[in-house]
Design a protein around this ligand. Structure first.
Ligand code: ADP
Ligand code: MG
Length: 363
């Protein structure tokens, strides 16, 4: 049987916090770990999926796909199959094994990595020709329709389109993607605090509506359309909380643009400062940090070899991202681990996204 393999990495948010749904800017990167799918066409209408991480199997009929009837973890894969069917892309029965060296549910988007790996696997196996943005959209739609999470496109784009030693700039209005050098002399440490303080859904939705309220008060469609200067000039018209929420978003958008420029000029020191400023703004303006994350960032700030650190992702617990000088990994991991019991550190670097990876690893 003609066996195929596909791989897609996880991703991390380097700068640009809660900017996506405000149609703003983000800097992300692909990490050097991800999800691998290996399998073959079954010659009939049956789909057999085995996840090695979960040690579970799902067997379904291609002609009777329904999210309600299958194990939740398999919805990421079957949601992609469903999208192939809806787009009249070629797909038949297959058997596949999933392996992963990415922590699941740890904010590195194992979900987008699994969806993208599935898109690539099916395309290879059955010969669909998709451009990168079509692939990202299929992954996103799979998560919307089969998993029920209304995610943006960011995770899928970063996992697919990143390139090694670069950060990926994403304009969340136009979905325009660019790459800025992160040079070969940096490593990334994701420090997972292991804490979750809030019902993330509730806080997340509150922040979203605060941002909408701010945009409405400023007379713009999205906070992407306001600058920090414009916001400050109209501070007296806004409730204090709404003002500070908006200040975080306009600041983040500006920091991503300035940070991209700093990276283009190889100015890692400036970029690191912007990461610290981003965290400070999360802590004070957006109030999506927590004492544990603050402590991890304060520790990073005092540790030699660290350019910058900030909370990464939704907040209220979760992880910090640390941009560090290559070769200093052990010292920084030691300092962060000593600072907070229960923290787990993952050392990684800006790696190839799934498409660049596939191009350099021909089957
Ligand atoms: P994140 O994307 O931050 O890792 P999510 O909750 O969005 O967290 O996605 C994690 C879910 O994706 C897991 O709970 C599981 O259902 C599914 N998943 C990811 N990787 C695998 C895998 N290797 N095997 C089975 N399911 C997986
Ligand atoms: Mg996810």
């Amino acid at each position: 049987m003609n066996s195929q393999t596909s791989y897609a990495p996880g991703r991390a948010e380097l700068l640009g916090n809660h900017t996506d749904y405000n149609e703003g800017y983000v800097l992300a990167l692909a990490v050097d770990r991800g999800t691998t799918l290996t399998g073959q066409a079954s010659g009939d209408r049956t789909i057999r999926i085995h996840s090695r991480e979960l040690n579970q199997d799902v067997v379904v009929d291609l002609d009777h796909l329904a999210a309600e009837n299958v194990a939740p973890w398999s919805r990421y894969i079957l949601g992609v199959v469903d999208q192939f069917r809806r787009h009249d892309l070629p797909v038949e029965g297959f058997s596949v094994e999933i392996t992963s060296n990415l922590p699941l549910g740890a904010g590195l988007s194992s979900s987008a990595s699994l969806e993208n790996a599935t898109v690539l696997f099916l395309s290879k196996l059955f010969g669909a020709k998709l451009d990168p943005m079509q692939m990202a959209r299929i992954s996103q739609k799979a998560e919307h329709d089969f998993v029920g999470v209304r995610c943006g496109l960011l995770d899928q784009i970063a996992s697919l389109m990143s390139t090694a030693h670069h950060a990926t700039t994403i304009d969340c209005r136009t979905n325009e993607v660019g790459h800025v050098p992160l040079d070969g002399k940096t490593s990334i440490i994701i420090a997972n605090s292991g804490v979750k303080h809030a019902l993330v859904g509730g806080e997340y939705n509150e922040r979203r509506s605060d941002c909408e309220a701010a945009a409405h008060a400023l007379g713009v469609r999205f906070l992407r359309d306001a600058t920090t200067d414009q916001l400050k000039a109209r501070q007296s018209e806004l409730a204090e909380r709404i003002y500070h929420r908006a200040l975080h978003i306009t600041g983040e958008n500006e920091r991503v643009l300035e940070g991209s420029d700093a990276l283009r000029h190889g100015d890692l020191a400036r970029f690191g400062q912007l990461m610290f400023e981003s965290h400070e703004s999360s802590r004070f303006n957006f109030e999506n940090s927590c004492p544990e994350l603050d402590h991890l960032v304060a520790t990073a700030r005092q540790t030699p070899g660290v350019y910058g650190a900030r909370l990464s992702g939704g907040g209220f617990g979760g992880a910090t991202i640390n941009l560090i000088e290559k070769g200093r990994e052990d010292e920084v991991v030691h300092a962060l681990t000593a600072a907070l019991p229960g923290v787990s550190c993952l050392v990684t670097e800006a790696a190839d996204g799934a498409l660049a990876y596939a191009a350099s690893h021909p089957a």
